[in-house]
Design a protein around this ligand. Structure first.
Ligand code: ADP
Length: 548
């Protein structure tokens, strides 16, 4: 027997319809690419998204299933494109401008993008790339007529002119909630990048999940600022979870340095924000250099994308009274997989014990299930010690990559192998110990590079730390710790090692410490272990002679 409830497909335009109708005057503040701050609200955003949708249909020929790309910062215009294009049943493919040009060319062609919406910032980059993009019909430049550049891009369209030709009373079409609406490629540290294809249903469910009390707890009393770019794993749901909640939005635009972020936090009176650790490091440095500055409105900072060092979490909590939520996820999970929220059971713990849990990557919210297994697929215990391959399931988790690639990550029972290695403790808190390809295998046992790095970051004078496994004649691999010193610091090898001593098992102690002026990063801000290992390919540990 079927239930007798209404058929209400979970289409993303309903999120904006709700925000416009019931939170219409709630503000959206952005830093524009042209420079000045820009103010709008949900009611105007909705009208303009509809006008854009109708113009895209009429003038660009977009329809159900068309794919367009955006190369853009977080601004109100980028939101209009998401809602306008997705509302048509077309697909928005977000491009990460930090990728190499060759990778960008590959993914634009692979995704079969028909049009590219670009911020002014990226016009020169796309001018160079366009000859290798035969399928792209033209480029919509996200600015007004006054700021249109002289460009060699083919079929350049001015965004504001396009939008002005549309109809604000456009009626969204209805279609199946499983229709694709967003696409994002993983950086593909090994092999080519792979496409993840979100559906309307998965985005709406994931947005609801992220707004939950034991997730980011977003309400209409909040002002939310996604610093995490919309091109990085779906902006961690915030383009959906924030309007779902009716919270105000602050969009930081092209400037992500400490001073710029501080300005947006204070100008918008932001209560919740989210980004990768490096962004918060820049903000904390700015605050340290300007001791009079405070964060009176900011209640919660969501930090993820790579392991958040204790020093960053403690600085927010202890120096600024701002809570930190350590989150883990990945593009394939829309992307949120777990959050370090205090569960009812963990609330009874003494503060020091709670901190041990808080530093981990957290617990899965409803709609994410997870387990750890050994290589043979046997489920491992939740004892906080045993580590294994982390596998996940849920309605906002990919069941396949675009065009059927990367099949090995999906098993017959529907579990997706994240490629991460983790422990889960008796309170249900998961801790990432490594990416499977980055664990250091010493004498048949695994050493967690992330744990060594986190502890090294607590050593005064250390700005950044990366542990990599390098070949060793006896132990197979041993850890080399690579350090970037803080400006003005002369922290030495002996001091770093003395700091680690007693904080990690003896056999985890790095065999050597190397100092670099900077460490290479990937396009999503993670330490590029691949490049680091290449950099140290010819390195030999002191006293070790490797057979040729
Ligand atoms: P990409 O793989 O393209 O860099 P993702 O953002 O999808 O982009 O990367 C997901 C990976 O980032 C995870 O599989 C995990 O290895 C790492 N990661 C994300 N959040 C955390 C975290 N809080 N702690 C440790 N690692 C993290």
């Amino acid at each position: 027997m079927r239930g007798l409830m209404q058929d209400f497909p979970l289409l993303v335009h309903r999120v904006l319809d709700h925000a416009a109708r019931w939170h219409g005057s709630t503000p959206i503040l952005s830093r524009s690419v042209e420079g000045p701050l820009h103010r709008t609200d949900y009611a105007r955003l909705s009208r303009r998204s509809k006008a854009l949708a109708s113009a895209c249909q009429k003038r660009l020929g977009l329809k159900l299933g068309s794919v367009v790309a955006t190369m853009a910062w977080n601004t109100w215009r980028h939101l209009e494109i998401w809602y306008g294009v997705m509302g048509l049943g077309a697909i928005v493919h977000t491009l990460n401008p930090r990728l190499f040009a060759s990778q960008l060319g590959y993914i634009i062609n692979h995704a079969e993008d028909q049009w590219i919406f670009t911020d002014l910032t990226f016009v020169p980059l796309l001018e160079k790339l366009q000859d290798s993009l035969p399928g792209v019909k033209g480029f919509v430049i996200m600015t007004d007529a006054a700021h249109m550049p002289t460009t060699t891009l083919r079929n350049p369209v001015c965004y504001e002119e396009l939008l002005a030709s549309g109809d604000e009373a456009f009626a969204w079409p209805e279609f199946d909630e499983n229709t694709a609406c967003g696409m994002c490629y993983t950086s593909g540290t090994t092999g080519n990048p792979k496409g993840v294809l979100y559906s309307h249903r998965s985005n709406v469910l994931h947005g609801l999940m992220c707004a939950l009390g034991d997730a980011m707890a977003i309400s209409s009393r909040d002002v939310a600022m996604p610093v995490v770019p919309m091109f990085h794993a779906n902006a961690w749901s915030m383009a959906f979870s924030v309007p779902i909640s009716g919270a105000a939005l602050v969009m930081p635009g092209p400037r992500l340095d400490g001073a710029a972020i501080y300005e947006m936090l204070t100008e918008g009176r932001v209560t919740i924000t989210a980004a990768v650790p490096t962004v918060w490091l820049m903000l904390l440095n700015h605050l340290e250099q300007n001791p009079a500055l405070r964060l009176p409105d900011l209640q919660r900072v969501v930090i993820g994308g790579s392991a958040c060092p204790e020093s960053i979490m403690k600085a927010f909590v202890e120096s600024y009274g701002t809570d930190v939520i350590h989150a883990w996820g990945m593009t394939e999970m829309s992307p949120i997989g777990s959050l370090g929220i205090q569960s009812g059971r963990a609330a009874g713990l003494p503060p020091e014990e709670w901190w041990t849990l808080k530093l981990k990557q957290g617990r899965p919210p409803f709609m994410v299930d997870m387990k750890i297994t050994d290589d043979a697929g046997n489920t491992l215990p939740h004892d906080g010690k045993t580590f294994g391959r982390l596998k996940v399931k849920g309605p906002a988790v990919a069941k396949s990559y675009f065009k059927g690639e990367g099949l090995a990550a999906f098993d017959a029972e529907g579990w997706f192998d994240t490629g991460d290695v983790a422990t889960i403790d008796e309170y249900g808190y998961m801790q990432i110990t490594d990416r499977a390809k980055d664990v250091i295998k010493s004498g048949g046992e695994w050493i967690s590079s992330i744990e060594i790095e986190n502890i090294a970051l607590g050593c005064p004078g250390v700005q950044e730390a990366a542990a990599i496994g390098l070949p060793h004649p006896k132990w197979d691999e041993r850890p080399l710790l690579v350090i970037v010193r803080k400006q003005g610091s002369e922290v030495s090898r002996a001091e770093v090692l003395a700091h680690l001593e007693g904080r990690i098992a003896k056999w985890w102690m790095p065999d050597d410490v190397a100092f670099l002026p900077e460490i290479p990063h990937t396009a999503t801000g993670k330490i590029s272990k691949l490049e680091l290992r290449a950099l140290f390919r010819d390195y030999r540990f002191p006293g070790s002679v490797l057979p040729d």
